[in-house]
Design a protein around this ligand. Structure first.
Ligand code: N01
Length: 524
């Protein structure tokens, strides 16, 4: 029976962030519809418009490589671009490649069911669309679903409460306001120094202090831009051959192989390198050897002590409970210096956690409390696969995937930057493009071979889980509670959700599965 509202298309793409936009472009030979919750393109860079939002990877790298003319014509004003420039870029790409004709904005997906007889997904949206498609590509992002701790008293608070990932487009006027700020991760450390300059008072509620290194952002000089434009093709290739799909200086020596003087010099150079994350690559073993890691931790603590004048505040700001890099290293502009301002104070909420909004006289509360990461966006859609099994049931003890791309029992559904991919451990635009191409090639091959159904085997999923565990066992990431392992969300189950074996190994394993006759997949 055909329902009047049903629309038949080939592929539904969920999300018009950078990966979803590229998937829409790459698969435009098919009848493609892209469904987007926001009113505009850009995903993360559409939602996270808080003051100070800025990328922490060089913009010449953190941009698309699929079209040479696009890379040649686009000009980034700064080394590390700010949110408005990234959003402008996303809009430019959407216009330049006529993507908007395929995108339905303000139209989040609510539920999906797989019809095993027809090999079709039924996709239902908040606006009442009912699409029937052969494939779904979920480009829903790793950091999409905001974490909003259910503090009592929230509703009674008379002032305004904001989450940084749902920032009002018109901005917020902080003049004369007493502002409370909860959350000292990458977002908080970017937003606070700017808000401190505008507000009457800023009270920072810190649960866990962050390791932060200076960003070294500056206007992009012409020579650097021209150099990249002359070598884009090689550089993109080179990027994919590095651990994080980003060209930085990768060290050859372990910490032990350096004398104390050399160690000090290397760390100082890394701190001043103007190259994000260089501290984590000061020595070859920063993320695998606890004593090498501690050396870098203590170096940053000394920096904090030398910058922050109030010794008590300085000690509170020194992280001591997890390895540097275990949580994503924060890249900031004047974060530690901000604590030398008269109007900024720090409250330790580790010892006495926030239980309700009552104690402090504040006009505005900002929560930069992060995300129900990696799985959050998918878990908020009701997804029913083969045999009426739901994704919520399947992932009850933590997400399982094959190559981060498919979930066994959920045929014809692919994910980009899904659980157990390198995600934010690698530069997400370039690796997202790579994953879209890999997925699109699989869909093309299905068409060529006259097939209609592709799934991952349970066995392949288990083997991938072993690979993910094996590489995370070798790294120090496991010693931190973070969004990487879901420990930032109370009660969230599962282990490490990010693949830390490096992008080249990840890509090689994905490619060899396909080359070995679609090993681990069932195609029919
Ligand atoms: O989120 P987070 P984020 N009571 O989860 C605290 C990317 N990103 O939005 O550490 C009190 O890192 C929480 O405390 P704790 C980047 O990948 C990139 O800052 O859990 N505090 C923590 O301090 C990044 O890793 C860029 O103890 C509570 C903070 O809130 C990712 O996004 C910029 C609390 C959340 O930190 C997420 O960053 C921004 C509670 N109940 C983001 N609950 C760049 O490119 C949470 N917290 C530069």
């Amino acid at each position: 029976m055909t329902n009047k509202n049903e629309e038949h298309v080939d592929i539904v793409i969920i999300g018009a962030g950078f990966s979803g936009m590229y998937a829409t472009h790459r698969l435009r030979n098919y009848k493609v519809v892209c469904l987007e919750a926001g009113a505009g393109v850009g995903g993360t860079w559409y939602w996270n418009r808080y003051p100070g939002a800025r990328v922490d990877i060089q913009s010449v790298e953190y941009s698309y490589g699929f079209d040479e003319e696009l890379q040649q014509e686009w000009h980034w004003p700064e080394y590390f671009s700010a949110q408005p420039d990234l959003e402008r870029y996303a809009n430019h790409v959407a216009d330049r490649f006529n993507l908007r004709q395929h995108i339905r904005f303000s139209n989040p997906v609510e539920s999906m069911q797989f019809d095993e007889v027809e090999n079709r997904w039924h996709v239902h949206t908040a606006n009442g669309d009912h699409l029937l498609c052969r494939y779904v590509i979920a480009a829903t992002g790793s950091l999409t679903a905001p974490n909003l701790p259910p503090w009592p008293g929230r509703d009674q608070f008379k002032g305004d409460i904001y989450h940084t990932a749902r920032w009002p487009a018109e901005g917020v006027d902080f003049a004369g306001k007493r502002v409370g700020f909860i959350g000292t991760g990458s977002t908080g450390i970017q937003a606070m120094p700017i808000i401190a300059e505008q507000a009457q008072e800023l009270v920072v509620f810190q649960r866990t202090p962050a390791f932060c290194m200076p960003s070294g952002n500056r206007p992009l000089d012409e020579e650097h831009e021209q150099d990249w434009k002359a070598h884009y093709q090689n550089r993109r290739k080179q990027m994919l051959e590095t651990y994080g799909a980003s060209i930085i200086e990768y060290p050859t020596a372990t910490a032990d192989e350096c004398s104390p003087e050399q160690q000090a010099e290397i760390l100082e150079q890394a701190w001043n390198s103007k190259s994000s994350f260089q501290l984590l690559f000061a020595f070859r073993d920063v993320m695998t050897n606890a004593s090498a890691n501690e050396l870098v931790c203590e170096f940053v603590r000394e920096k904090i002590r030398s910058i922050v004048k109030n010794t008590e505040t300085a000690e509170l700001l020194c992280p001591t409970t997890y390895p540097i890099g275990g949580k994503r290293l924060c890249i900031g502009n004047g974060y530690y210096d901000m604590y030398n301002r008269e109007n900024v104070s720090l409250v330790d909420v580790k010892a006495s956690p926030i239980v309700e909004f009552a104690e402090y006289e504040l006009d505005v509360i900002i929560t930069a409390t992060g995300f129900d990461a990696v799985t959050g966006a998918m878990s908020r859609i009701e997804i029913e696969g083969s045999n009426q099994s739901t994704l919520t049931e399947k992932w009850a003890e933590g997400p399982t995937t094959y190559l981060g791309a498919m979930v066994s029992g959920f045929p014809n559904m692919f994910m980009i930057h899904g659980p157990s991919t390198p995600a934010a451990q690698a530069q997400m635009i370039t690796t997202g493009e790579w994953q879209v191409n890999w997925t699109a090639d699989i869909i093309d091959s299905m068409e060529r071979d006259g097939l209609v159904h592709i799934d991952a085997t349970e066995e392949a999923e288990q083997q991938w889980a072993q690979e993910v565990d094996m590489v995370s066992e070798q790294s120090l990431h496991k010693f931190a509670e973070s969004w990487y392992n879901g420990k930032n969300i109370e009660g969230k189950k599962g282990g490490f959700m990010i693949y830390v074996g490096g992008f080249p190994r990840f890509a090689e394993l994905c490619d060899s599965a396909v080359a070995n006759g679609y090993e681990g997949f069932i195609r029919k």
